[in-house]
Design a protein around this ligand. Sequence first.
Ligand code: FPP
Ligand code: MG
Length: 322
Amino acid sequence: MLTATDPRLDADLARCEGLLHTSVQCPGNPFLTAVADHLFMAGGKRLRPMLALLAARFGDPGRPDVIRAAAVVELLHVASLYHDDVMDQATLRRGVPSVNAGWGNRVAVLAGDYLVARAAELAVPLGHAAVMAQSEALRRLVQGQLNETVGAAGTDPEEHYLRVVADKTAALFVLAVRLGAHAAGVPDGRIEALAAYAEAVGIGFQLCDDVLDITAPSDRSGKPAGADVRAGLRTLPVLRALRGGRGSRRLRWALAAGAVGEGIAGRRTMTLLRRSPGLADARAEVARYAANAQAALQALPESAARQALDEFSAAMVRRAQA
Ligand code: FPP
Ligand code: MG
């Protein structure tokens, strides 16, 4: 998706990787260290660190705090996954058993808290503005997750969904570019352009994830297929599929009857969703957000970093189509 072609980026990513593993160490507590390192060891795309490192390319990427900024955002991201997997009762993450599946919910929640604490410590030298940006992102994450949990309740479901997606996913993308750019001394105007890019690409990325929940087999996503549907989440493809068109009424009945499991009825529901015009609609929305993200990049000087960011949004559209 977002691959490092610049050898200096590869080196920066490797440094970030090292910092991540040292940051999760809890001296004298090998158990907490092992639990905290679990999802880092499992791999992951390191998308947010990469966004931070690319944003830094619009200033002086050689400044020492750039790597720190990239690591902070991945620590927060992984912390949120620890908590999210508890809430979703997920069993698989990054192709390995989730922390809650391995050690139970209580350990997973506390290990997630520990990672937030580590991120806060690591961020201190980045300065006041960075700590403020981090707090705002955390607030948005929690708000997004909470709004998803309580549901649309009387508000427009699609508007509600898009607000949730912006908060629970785009907020960390925005934090990534803000921290990376700030640490590299990027001028404010460029930081705002990068933030606009990250907000749009972050929303598109989550929409793409929601499409893949319906279309991708587990071995491609590293997560169980159809997990959101099973959890009763009304993601954009589902909302659009329920709005009308082919199979809409049957889908409504199937979801109302709880036909979302591994059995034959559940598989039929997934087929209805895959054939629904709602899926095409959601894919078109991914493309629309990618176009918005690309438009935001126009305010930035042409460079290899800008090209990489542009390509990331284009790859997201291709991924949603596959
Ligand atoms: C994954 O969404 C989850 C998120 C993007 C955010 C989760 C946020 C929290 C649990 C708030 C609390 C966080 C902290 C750090 C205090 P998803 O379930 O749609 O995606 P998935 O398919 O990858 O699980
Ligand atoms: Mg989840």
